[in-house]
Design a protein around this ligand. Structure first.
Ligand code: B16
Ligand code: MG
Length: 216
């Protein structure tokens, strides 16, 4: 059993569901390039960085682009995506997320955000939850994508809590792997059939309690 002193949260799929906005923007880009992407394909983009997502999409469409063209395409997608997330409201926070964040703080635990997104700051601001986090690590602060543990290790470092006393909440397989690679516990948010390596799986933060942290 581990003493948990800090909780580190992934953003997309754990606190909010921005996958639908990523999908709309990527689909529009693919359509302009002359092909389409499906919702099933979009599943493979969750937790994957912007440029790595673009590489996957261009591969599915059988399209080759230069590095400079890819930068331009990624910028275009991001402009459409940011237009959508700028309209987000607190109603879009997933069930139980603010309640569990508050319960962590009330229990004296530290909290951090550990997201691959360079737009995490806008999302936290628009949904009104920035103040729940003692540290915010996003895609602007890291260079190595999950399953590399960089994003979570930086979170632990900013909180001054040893990795072994941290637990990560993640909806992506690569995120659970990243937590373990960093020597942290991982609570999967989603299905136990998918997140097989997680130390505990719940369907959402509405099913999470401080008591359950004691079982890790
Ligand atoms: P951006 P997370 C990830 O967020 C998303 O799941 C993924 O679909 C996205 O491509 C990535 O952020 C980068 O986002 O283009 O906004 O920098 O799950 O790590 O919170
Ligand atoms: Mg995620």
């Amino acid at each position: 059993m581990t003493t948990i002193k800090a909780c580190i949260f992934d953003l997309d799929g754990v606190i909010v569901d921005t996958a639908v906005y990523h999908y709309k923007a990527w689909k529009r880009l693919a359509n302009e390039l002359g092909f389409d992407i499906t919702e099933a394909q979009n599943e493979n983009l969750k937790g994957v960085s912007r440029m790595a997502s673009l590489d996957l999409i261009l591969g599915w469409g059988g399209v080759t682009k230069t590095e400079a063209e890819k930068e331009q395409l990624a910028d275009q997608k991001n402009t459409w995506y940011v237009d959508m997330i700028n309209k987000m409201t607190p109603d879009e926070i997933l069930p139980g997320a603010t309640e569990f964040l508050q319960a962590c703080l009330d229990a004296g635990l530290k909290t951090a955000l550990g997201s691959a997104s360079k737009n995490a700051g806008i999302i936290l601001e628009k949904t009104g939850i920035t103040h729940f986090f003692n540290a915010i690590i996003d895609g602007n602060k890291v260079s190595k994508p999950k399953p590399d543990p960089e994003v979570f290790l930086k979170g632990a470092e900013e909180l001054s809590i040893p990795a072994e006393n941290c637990v990560v909440f993640e909806d992506a397989i690569a995120g659970v792997e990243a937590a373990h690679n960093g020597g942290m516990k991982a609570v999967g948010i989603g299905s136990p059939q998918v997140l097989t390596e997680a130390d505990l799986v719940v369907s959402g933060l509405d099913k999470m309690t401080i008591e359950k942290l004691k079982t890790l």
